[in-house]
Design a protein around this ligand. Structure first.
Ligand SMILES: Cc1ncc(COP(=O)(O)O)c(C=O)c1O
Ligand SMILES: [Zn+2]
Length: 403
C-alpha cells in the first residue's frame, strides 16, 4: 500500500475524526478539511537548526515533517527573505519608520508563486497513491503550479479557471500540457465543475483544502522563517488571503514547532489581507463571526484573492483570533500603487496580492497596531511578471511609460 511513514494519521480540522493516511482521502464526512499528523517527538530528534546546514536548498529539507514519498521537485522553497530597509523607512511608524521590515519573496519559486510549495507535496503524494489524472479549480497560480508538477510527474492534469484569469496563467498551463477548461464565473464555479466531473472522469481532486498535502508544502514558509531568523519568529506576518492555505499552513507549522519544543506559546500575529472587492474573511472578522459568508460579486485585479467562499474560513478566523492577529482590506488602486513602491524601493516586482501586504502594513503602522521595534514580514506570494495585463493598465494610467 502507498504508505507515507512520516504521516501517522489524518485528522479532521473541525471534528477531530481520524483517517488512514495510507489511502486516498479528501475531506471529512463532516465536509471539513483533514490535516496530516506526525510523530513530532521522533521528528524533533533529527530536525534541528544544526542538521539543516547540510540539507538541500529546497523545502524538502524539512523532510521529517513532510510526507516521505519520492518527491516530484522543481527546486521550490528557500526563497529570499529580504530586509526591506528603504520601504520600511517610508512607512510612518513612530519616529523612524519600520526598521525591521522584511519581504519573503515567494515570486522566486518555480512557476513564480508560492503555489509551487503546495503542489510539490500534493503531486508527490498523488503519484504515490497512483492517481491517473489530477484536477483543480484555480484562481490562476495554483493551476500553473499544478500543471508544472503534473508534467514533471508524468500525470495528466485538468485545470479549471475563470475565463478572465491572467493570460500568463492560461499560457503556462497550456505549455505544461494540461487540459485547460475556462468558465464564465469565479473559482467557486470552477470548484463545482471539478466536484461534478471528478468521479465520472476519474480525476484525483487537488482542490484547495480538499487535498491534505498542499497545506503541508505551504507550511514550510513558517519553517523557513524560523530558520532564516535563526531560531526565532517575527512579531507580525502579513499574508494575502484567498483560500487561506498559506496562513493555515504557517500556523500549523508553528503548532508543530511548539510541540517539538522549538518555541513557546507565543505566535507571530497573523494578518489576513484581502481585496476590498472580495473580503469574506475581513467581513466575518469585523463582525466577530467564527465563519464567513459567501462574498457576492467578487471582483479584484488580485486574481488569487478572488475567493468568495473559502472552505477554510473557520480555520482562518480561528488562527487570526488565536494569534491575536487581525484582518484588513485594501483597494485595487492601493495595491497597484504599493506595488510600484515595493518595486522602485526594493527591486521586487510583486504580484498585486503581495503588494497588498505593503499597503496593509502602512495602515496598521499608522494606527499603532504595528510598533516601530517589531519584526514584520510581508509575504509577496507571487511575481509581478505574471500579471502583465494589470501592471500594464496601472503603469499606463500612472504615466509610467508602459509601451
Ligand atoms: C499570488 C497569490 N497570492 C495569494 C493567494 C491566496 O492564497 P491562499 O489560498 O494561500 O490564501 C493566491 C491564490 O491563488 C495567489 O495566487
Ligand atoms: Zn470532521
Amino acid at each position: 500500500m502507498a504508505k507515507t511513514l512520516n504521516v501517522v494519521e489524518l485528522e479532521c480540522s473541525a471534528c477531530a475524526k481520524k483517517y488512514d493516511s495510507a489511502t486516498e482521502q479528501h475531506v471529512c464526512t463532516c465536509g471539513k478539511p483533514l490535516l496530516a499528523r506526525y510523530d513530532l517527538r521522533r521528528a524533533a530528534a533529527t530536525l534541528t537548526l544544526d542538521s539543516l546546514k547540510n540539507r538541500p536548498r529546497t523545502l524538502w529539507r524539512y523532510a521529517e515533517v513532510l510526507p516521505n514519498d519520492p518527491s516530484v521537485s522543481l527546486g521550490e522553497g528557500m526563497t529570499a527573505l529580504v530586509h526591506a530597509e528603504r520601504l520600511g523607512a517610508s512607512i510612518r511608524c513612530g519616529q523612524g519608520g519600520l526598521q525591521r521590515l522584511y519581504v519573503k519573496d515567494e515570486g522566486l519559486n518555480p512557476t513564480g508563486s508560492f503555489k509551487a510549495r503546495g503542489m510539490t507535496t500534493a503531486v508527490s503524494r498523488a503519484k504515490q497513491l497512483g492517481a491517473k489524472a489530477l484536477a483543480a479549480p484555480t484562481a490562476g497560480n495554483a493551476g500553473g503550479a499544478l500543471a508544472a508538477y503534473a508534467a514533471a510527474a508524468g500525470i495528466p492534469a485538468v485545470i479549471v479557471m475563470p475565463a478572465d484569469t491572467p493570460s500568463a496563467n492560461v499560457m503556462e498551463c497550456q505549455a505544461f500540457g494540461a487540459k485547460v477548461v475556462k468558465l464564465n464565473g469565479l473559482i467557486s464555479d470552477c470548484g463545482k465543475y471539478v466536484a461534478e466531473h471528478k468521479d465520472r472522469e476519474g480525476w484525483y481532486d487537488v482542490s484547495t483544502l480538499k487535498e491534505t498535502y498542499r497545506v503541508e508544502g505551504k507550511k514550510t514558509m513558517g519553517y523557513e522563517l524560523w530558520e532564516q531568523f535563526v531560531g526565532k519568529l517575527p512579531d507580525v506576518i502579513l499574508y494575502p488571503t484567498g483560500g487561506g492555505v498559506g496562513l493555515i499552513g504557517m500556523c500549523k507549522a508553528f503548532d508543530e514547532m511548539e510541540e517539538m519544543g522549538w518555541i513557546g506559546a507565543e505566535r507571530p500575529r497573523m494578518v489576513a489581507v484581502q481585496a476590498e472587492g472580495c473580503a469574506p474573511i475581513v467581513r466575518a472578522w469585523e463582525a466577530h463571526q467564527t465563519s464567513a459568508q459567501f462574498f457576492p460579486n467578487a471582483t479584484t485585479v488580485a486574481s488569487g484573492l478572488r475567493v468568495p467562499g473559502p472552505l477554510g474560513d473557520q480555520l482562518i478566523l480561528r488562527m487570526i483570533r488565536q494569534t491575536k492577529g487581525t484582518a484588513v482590506t485594501v483597494t485595487d488602486e492601493e495595491m497597484l500603487q504599493a506595488g510600484r513602491e515595493l518595486a522602485s524601493l526594493e527591486g521586487i516586482f510583486a504580484a498585486p496580492e503581495g503588494a497588498a501586504t505593503v499597503i496593509a502594513s502602512r495602515k496598521l503602522a499608522a494606527t499603532g497596531w504595528i510598533k516601530p521595534e517589531e519584526t514584520v514580514v510581508l509575504f509577496n506570494t507571487g511575481t509581478g511578471y505574471k500579471y502583465a495585463e494589470a501592471w500594464q493598465r496601472a503603469l499606463q494610467s500612472a504615466g509610467g511609460g508602459a509601451a
